[in-house]
Design a binder for this molecule. Structure first.
Ligand code: NAP
Length: 483
């Protein structure tokens, strides 16, 4: 309790059902007298996801004993009358660990009509749109309310609770120590998402993808908002694959103007879905040719715009290192290794700026298909050693952590002057180490990664991005030195 308060918690929840043995009165006295902050006492029944194994009578007796020490609140389930503790302030709670209850409105109306001081409802979310349902409840409630969409998909409800005037949110001291799925740490709440600064009108940004847990985007963008002292919060939005799931969230989010959603990063597997949702006529033409949107901007008038900041980020990483403009790529020989999603964005950009491009890939058929679409040449991956390219760009995943000893080419082509590896983990791949030893100008995928985030930030906020801060966040994450 003291650790939580010194880390910034203003209210504590004491879960008596987590104790190994049912506590005695002297133990409760020791635990609950003079707490360092406001205190909620809970002894959750198993039927609502708690750990208390004794009888209902024992459970209620423990809570009655706890009440003698005047905790700020006692949290009890809806099938226990709040009148059981006439002198205590009651949080009346309902939990569904499987889904959004079909009778959500009825349950909530019952809570609103009860004599309890605070409503609490928690349900498992199947998508972030369910988190919006929880936020709706809080917005429309007459009483102080906690409404939480559990699981990774529902994190939005926990972070944006501050936006809609919730009674609070739950956070854990350490990762994995939560009492319900999806709880962020106290440190993330206060320092990453800046909970104490979120207001009704705070602009919201986020990253859509699946999986999303390891995305560095929330760390990068929230650090950038903080460094520029801009109002805003950037949240992870886990959406299961399939267009239907993507569309369901987008419809629900756009319907809620109060959310003040301003921008979305989009990653695997939803980049094609984003393009389809927005429509080609409202997307950057090159993003349409690539077939992928990784940046959605919500304009003041509510309309959407779709961009692909990956392609620009990739070629700008090369051009900046070479100190040339994009236009000066024209006529230069470039070898692109790989024919997947990243290669597609890179080839689209290179051919757009008229670089003389050849796609080299293990599966020749894929190289040919990509080359045909963008009117350039194709060959087998091995053939790249004999290429006459001045610029070599690796868009395969070979050499990526943990296979850091691997390299896509046994030998660099003798013509190569510039080598760009789109891989950013590790920051210096074996390919780059060998290229540096051969005297080439080397560019790490880190630059592309930072460039695309910088472009998103500037597009959404209209403010110069704090590039060095953003770069530092990525470097710290990749080297395991983050706080
Ligand atoms: P992808 O669509 O899965 O394509 C993977 C490519 O790698 C294909 O061309 C594949 O060849 C080739 N490949 C994979 N394993 C191979 C092997 N053992 N031998 C030969 N070729 C192999 O992946 P992607 O989305 O394009 O991503 C590629 C890389 O880009 C990722 O690994 C990541 O490190 C990097 N990336 C960087 C950034 C950034 O911002 N810097 C962003 C996203 C991704 P086949 O066609 O023959 O299978």
């Amino acid at each position: 309790m003291h650790a939580a308060v010194s880390d910034g918690a203003d209210t504590l929840e004491c879960r008596l059902d987590y104790l190994g043995e049912p506590p005695s009165e002297p133990q409760l006295k020791l635990l609950l007298t003079d707490p360092p902050a406001e205190l909620i006492v809970t002894c959750r029944a198993q039927r609502e996801g708690g750990r208390f194994r004794g009888t209902e009578e024992q459970r209620l007796n423990i809570l009655a004993t706890a009440a003698k020490f005047n905790p700020t609140f006692i949290d009890v389930e809806m099938d226990v009358s709040p009148g059981y503790w006439p002198d205590a302030k009651i949080i009346q709670s309902h939990h569904n660990f499987d889904r959004v209850p079909e009778d959500l409105d009825r349950i909530f109306a019952t809570q609103e009509a009860s004599s309890a001081s605070v409503n609490k409802i928690a349900f498992a979310a199947s998508g972030p749109e369910d988190a919006l349902l929880a936020l709706d409840l809080i917005r429309n409630a007459k009483k102080p309310t906690l409404a939480l969409a559990m699981c990774e998909t529902g994190v939005l409800s926990r972070i944006l609770a501050a936006k809609v005037g919730a009674f609070g949110t739950f956070a854990t001291l350490n990762t994995g120590a939560g009492s319900a799925p999806g709880q962020p740490t106290l440190d993330a709440c206060l320092n990453l998402y800046r909970w104490n600064r979120i207001r009704e009108n705070t602009p919201v940004y986020g990253v859509i993808g699946c999986p999303i847990g390891h995305s560095m985007s929330p760390a990068i963008h929230n650090a950038a908002l903080r460094a520029t002292d801009l109002d805003g919060v950037y949240v992870p939005l886990k959406i299961e694959p399939d267009e239907e799931n993507f569309n369901r969230f987008m419809d629900a989010a756009l319907e809620r103007k109060w959310l003040n959603l301003r921008g979305l990063s989009v990653t695997i597997p939803h980049k094609e879905n984003a393009l389809a949702y927005i429509g080609a006529d409202r997307c950057d033409p090159l993003a349409v040719r690539i077939g992928a949107v990784n940046t959605i901007t919500l304009n003041e008038d509510g309309s959407l715009y779709g961009d692909n900041t990956d392609y620009a980020a990739a070629i700008d990483a090369v051009c900046n290192a070479m100190d040339i403009s994009r236009e000066q790529l024209a006529g230069r020989k470039v070898a692109v290794l790989g024919a997947g999603g990243v290669a597609r964005a890179v080839v689209a950009a290179l051919t757009h700026y008229q670089a003389e491009t050849t796609v080299y890939n293990r599966t020749l058929r894929r190289a040919k298909a990509l080359a045909k679409e963008f009117s350039c040449a194709a060959a087998k991956l091995k053939g790249a050693t004999k290429s006459e390219a001045e610029i070599l760009i690796n868009c395969t995943s070979i050499g990526m952590s943990p296979q850091i000893e691997e390299t896509p080419l046994r030998r660099l082509p003798s013509s190569a002057r510039v080598v760009f590896d789109t891989i950013y983990n590790p920051m210096e791949t074996r390919l780059l180490i060998e290229a540096r030893a051969a005297g080439c100008l080397c560019v790490s995928g880190l630059e592309m990664f930072v460039n695309q985030a910088v472009a998103q930030f500037e597009r959404w906020t209209g403010v110069n991005a704090p590039r060095e801060v953003m770069r530092q966040v990525v470097v710290e994450r990749l080297t395991g030195r983050e706080s």
